[in-house]
Design a protein around this ligand. Structure first.
Ligand code: SF4
Length: 394
């Protein structure tokens, strides 16, 4: 940890790190074993409607590959070498039995690799319900909205088949309330980092957000509250760091050591796109009325921008990054993207061009979830931070 005193904060962060390092998902296994009939539904990045899984009485479990701890032995045999690592390490998690307690898997339409993985999962694990989730790329209510409501109702029906009981509208409304609270807390802790990045290191916030992918939302909400309360009681030393936005790691995750390397190089990360699912919708989802229609409306009209999500207005393409820089008083952008990640790498030149037009300094590098050598990253990010301090006039 970075400058973390032995405090309540350290205890919370250690707990989150234990969850992060546990590739056997013991906490989710314990949740399932606590009551007969409980089901666990895994999902891949970047977004799925967790509210419906929760309303079904199941635990949504984020699967983000094997990170830098898992040696991929079998997974490499299923994919060519020139693609990203997350599908291979996810296969490895599956074939080594680490996901043998998962009752269903959802694969959102983020890219062709995940689409292929959903088909492979069906073939490799025929006893597990698996479903590809088609997300709308048309944002008109009478086209994409109608389509997405129908997709959500199909997911609802699919989940009811797994749990053995129908999912009522009122159960979905109750879940929306809980996830609204989750998003509110996540926005609050992100805002706290913008205000005091020295008190909310990115490596800690990252672990806190990862915990949200394996814990029940009720528990995670309390954990975020406890973290903020504890952070507000302490004051860590303020450093003369540059404020940066990290962009591009919305699916395969960088090693934790990479996030720490960026921080240790002299950068405060004040915004990022790690695990966007925790803050996919920008404000509360409406609770009254048809809950499925409300989920669809929020996806179409109130969700964050990211390369895998189609931007129908060409004039707005990439502006979200400039807006993030302005809103979070950042001084530059670090593009950190998974090697061979098509959605990230195809958009990067467009995003770089827009940042250039707005005078925002930037650097770019690639990673794999198991990258080991951080010294070049640290040097590159450190030089970037120094150049911002010396020449950007901020
Ligand atoms: S890292 Fe990129 S290419 Fe790989 S599965 Fe994720 S979105 Fe697709």
């Amino acid at each position: 940890m970075l400058d973390v005193p032995q405090s309540a904060t350290a205890g919370i962060v250690r707990y989150c790190e234990d969850l992060f390092r546990d590739l056997n998902f013991e906490s989710a296994r314990a949740w399932k074993a606590a009551e007969p009939g409980r089901k666990v539904i895994g999902y891949m990045p970047y977004y799925i409607p967790r509210e419906i899984i929760h309303a079904a009485g199941a635990l949504p479990l984020g699967i983000l590959g094997g990170g830098d701890q898992l040696e991929v032995i079998h997974g490499d045999a299923y994919y060519q070498s020139y693609i990203c690592r997350i599908p291979r390490s996810t296969i490895e998690l599956g074939v080594t039995g680490r996901l043998d307690f998962v009752d269903g898997m959802l694969f959102p339409s983020i890219c062709d690799v995940i689409r292929n993985l959903s088909g492979m999962w069906k073939l490799m694990f025929p006893g597990v319900g698996s479903r590809y989730v088609d997300l709308p790329q048309n944002f008109k209510d009478d086209v994409g909205g109608v389509f997405y409501q129908s997709e959500l109702n199909e997911i609802r029906h699919w989940l009811a088949g797994i749990t053995g009981r129908p999912i009522s509208d009122s159960a979905i409304r109750a879940s929306i309330v809980l996830f609204n609270e989750s998003r509110r807390l996540v926005r609050e802790v992100y805002a706290l980092r913008v205000e005091q990045p020295w008190n909310v290191p990115a490596s800690e916030l990252y672990l806190l957000m990862r915990a949200g992918l394996v814990l029940p939302v009720e528990e995670h909400n309390q954990l975020v509250r406890d973290y903020m309360a504890s952070v507000r009681e302490q004051q860590r030393p303020i450093k003369d760091n540059s404020r940066v936005v990290v962009s591009g790691a919305f699916c395969e995750q960088p090693p934790l050591s990479l996030i720490k390397a960026i921080e240790l190089s002299g950068c405060y990360i004040v915004d990022d796109d790690f695990m966007l699912i925790n803050r996919w919708e920008k404000s509360d989802i409406a609770v009254d009325g048809d809950p499925v229609a409300n989920l669809a409306y929020a996806f179409l009209h109130d969700s964050n921008s990211t390369p895998p999500k189609y931007e129908p207005d060409l004039a707005r393409k990439g502006l979200y990054l400039v807006e993030s820089v302005r809103k979070n008083q950042a001084e530059g952008v670090i593009f950190a993207m998974a090697s061979f990640c098509d959605p990230a790498l195809l958009d990067r030149p467009i995003l770089q061009d827009i940042l250039k037009q707005h005078g925002v300094p930037q650097i770019a590098f690639k990673f794999a979830e198991n990258s080991g050598q951080m010294q070049p990253i640290r040097e590159q990010a450190g030089t970037f931070s120094d150049s911002i301090k010396l020449w950007s006039g901020t």
